[in-house]
Design a binder for this molecule. Structure first.
Ligand code: GLU
Length: 369
């Protein structure tokens, strides 16, 4: 069987602190990092987009600040992250540069994946980086995030990134090879190779955090699984103990797969159709209705009128002959949308500037009802 990882077109790889940072010396495990980057290059060469979510800032920075051991207070972790993030970014940039790949650092907070405007901007930046062949290296912006607005763990952050970027495979590399029915050191604990749905029984299998560094544990991985699966993204929990951890997954080494029951696009369309209440209406002509039926994007030329007040990224109803037949996430604020009613794309750009979107609603953001 070809590994699900091999089939993925957009892979998000989350690396835990315990794998990347040597606990004794507090320095990067360079050989391991290098072997992982070899694996990432292989995925890229095979045609996949790769996004990294890397922990390790706190673990790398704490020693330099004289906070080598013990549990840190929030402000101490944040100070350690401020120091360690420099070394972390440098290590990734250097390892990727050696393979002629450009690394890009992105530091995000919870709000960046929750608030619409920031979400859209983060998504646009990441998409541009991927289109240019760069590898984004993401971490939480630990230094500014206060306790209320922190993810605190990169498992869920990685799942949010996977969801935001319509990833089809999220790989959580950690110090355990997958999910067990009970703590793995307990007699009778069974390895779970495949999960199709995250039921209360599955949640009950997740115990307490086990590693000394990092903040994850199985519970946050299961939380990540919920986010990924509902976004149509498969997730795999695999051990990163040995060199070439992704190659090992491809070669069929033991790991736990969480399988999404629909793909990212289907989930996204379901979300647009069902979860979001439309806040505006676009009346379109018959030509536009036919074009949308064929899977095209909605262009301003086909729009006759705009109703309601909405912002870029809001959900709007698309109407023809007085009836709603489609729904989508609009790429313009209501005021701008009104200005471009009936205009050809070239005239839209003349009016609103060349950096505005080409479509009023992109086909990926549009669902027929
Ligand atoms: N953002 C933290 C760091 O880079 C790690 C969070 C986690 O381990 O999940 O140190």
């Amino acid at each position: 069987m070809i590994s699900r990882l091999a089939k993925a077109k957009r892979v998000i790889v989350k690396v835990g602190s315990a794998l990347l940072v040597d606990q004794k010396s507090g320095t990067i495990k360079a050989d391991w990092l290098s072997s992982l980057v070899d694996d990432l290059v292989a995925l890229k060469v095979a045609g996949a987009d790769v996004i990294l979510v890397s922990s390790g800032a706190i673990a790398l920075g704490r020693r330099s600040l004289g906070l080598a051991s013990g549990k840190l207070k929030l402000e101490q972790s944040q100070a350690a992250a401020a120091v360690g993030q420099i070394a972390l970014a440098q290590a990734w940039a250097q390892a990727l540069r050696q393979r002629d790949i450009v690394a890009a650092q992105i530091l995000v907070t919870l709000q960046d994946t929750e608030e619409r405007q920031r979400y859209l901007n983060a998504r646009a930046t990441l998409s541009t980086l991927l289109a240019q062949g760069a590898v984004p290296v993401i971490n939480e912006n630990d230094t500014v995030a206060t306790s209320e607005i922190r993810y605190g763990d990169n498992d869920r952050l990685a799942a949010r990134v996977a969801s935001m970027m319509a990833g089809d495979c999220l790989v959580l590399l950690s110090d355990i090879d997958g999910l067990y029915s009970a703590p793995p050191d307990r007699p009778g604990a069974e390895f779970i190779a495949e999960v199709k749905e995250i039921t209360p029984e599955i949640e009950a299998m997740a115990g307490k955090p086990i590693s000394g560094v990092g903040s994850g544990g199985m519970i946050t991985k299961i939380e990540a699984g919920k986010i990924a699966l509902s976004s149509g993204c498969n997730m795999v929990i695999a051990s990163g103990h040995n060199l070439h951890p992704l190659k090992r997954i491809l070669d069929g080494e033991r790991c736990t797969w969480f399988l999404a029951q629909s793909n990212a696009m289907q989930s996204r369309k379901r979300w647009i159709a069902g979860t979001l209440a439309p806040v505006g209406r676009l009346m379109v002509d018959d030509g536009a209705k036919t074009a949308l039926g064929k899977g095209k994007s909605l262009l301003s030329a086909g729009v006759k009128a705009v109703e309601g007040s909405f912002s870029r990224g809001d959900t709007v109803s698309i109407m023809a002959g007085g009836a709603e037949f489609a729904r989508g996430l609009v790429a313009f604020d209501a005021d701008d949308a009104r200005k471009i009613v009936g205009l050809k794309s070239a005239d839209v750009q003349k009016l609103l500037g060349a950096d505005c979107a080409d479509e009023l609603i992109h086909r990926d953001d549009l669902v027929m009802l």
